[in-house]
Ligand binder design. Structure first.
Ligand code: ZN
Length: 152
C-alpha cells in the first residue's frame, strides 16, 4: 500500500498536508485470523510550529494488528473482527492513526536557519513591539484612544 497526497484527501481533518511513504504489510495466519505486521517508512509534511512553513519529517513505525473472522464486524477494538460481509481488509484508518501517533510533540525546523526568514523576522519584530508597549506605558497608547479621552 502506498501513502501519498490522495491518501490524506480521504481524511480531510488531518493537520498533515502531505505524506509519502510505503506501508508494508506482512500477514501471518493466526488461528482463524490474521496477524498483520505493518511497517511504515516515509516522510510527512506539517506546518512548522515556529514559522508555519512546511516542515518535512521522516516517519517510521511498526505496528501490529490482529484480525479475526467472526459473526459481527468490529473494527473498534485492538483485535479486529471481520464479519461475513467484509471480504477486504482496509487498513487506511489504522495507518492514518498510527502516522499521527508517531508524530513528535514538538514540530519545528531543527535549527532557526531552516525556518522561513521572513516569518522569523516578523515574529521577532512583533515580540519586540510587545515588550516596548509594556515599558513605555502611556506613550504606547493608540492615538485614537487619546482622541476619545478628549471627548470626556
Ligand atoms: Zn520553521
Amino acid at each position: 500500500m502506498e501513502v501519498d497526497a490522495s491518501f490524506f484527501d480521504s481524511f480531510p481533518f488531518s493537520e498533515i498536508s502531505k505524506a509519502e511513504g510505503m506501508v508494508n504489510v506482512v500477514l501471518d495466519k493466526l488461528g482463524n485470523g490474521l496477524d498483520c505486521h505493518v511497517n511504515f517508512q516515509g516522510l510527512c509534511q506539517l506546518p512548522c510550529d515556529r514559522c508555519l512553513s512546511d516542515l518535512e519529517l521522516p516517519l517510521t513505525f511498526q505496528e501490529r494488528l490482529i484480525v479475526q473472522l467472526g459473526g459481527q464486524t468490529d473494527l473498534e477494538n485492538d483485535i479486529w473482527t471481520l464479519g461475513p460481509e467484509l471480504h477486504e481488509l482496509n487498513l487506511a484508518q489504522p495507518v492514518f492513526e498510527w502516522i499521527h501517533l508517531c508524530l513528535p510533540f514538538r514540530r519545528v525546523h531543527p535549527d532557526l536557519e531552516a525556518c522561513d526568514p521572513t516569518m522569523v523576522d516578523h515574529l521577532a519584530q512583533s515580540s519586540r513591539k510587545d515588550e516596548k508597549g509594556t515599558d513605555d506605558g502611556n506613550d504606547a497608547i493608540d492615538p485614537r484612544w487619546n482622541a476619545l479621552k478628549d471627548l470626556k
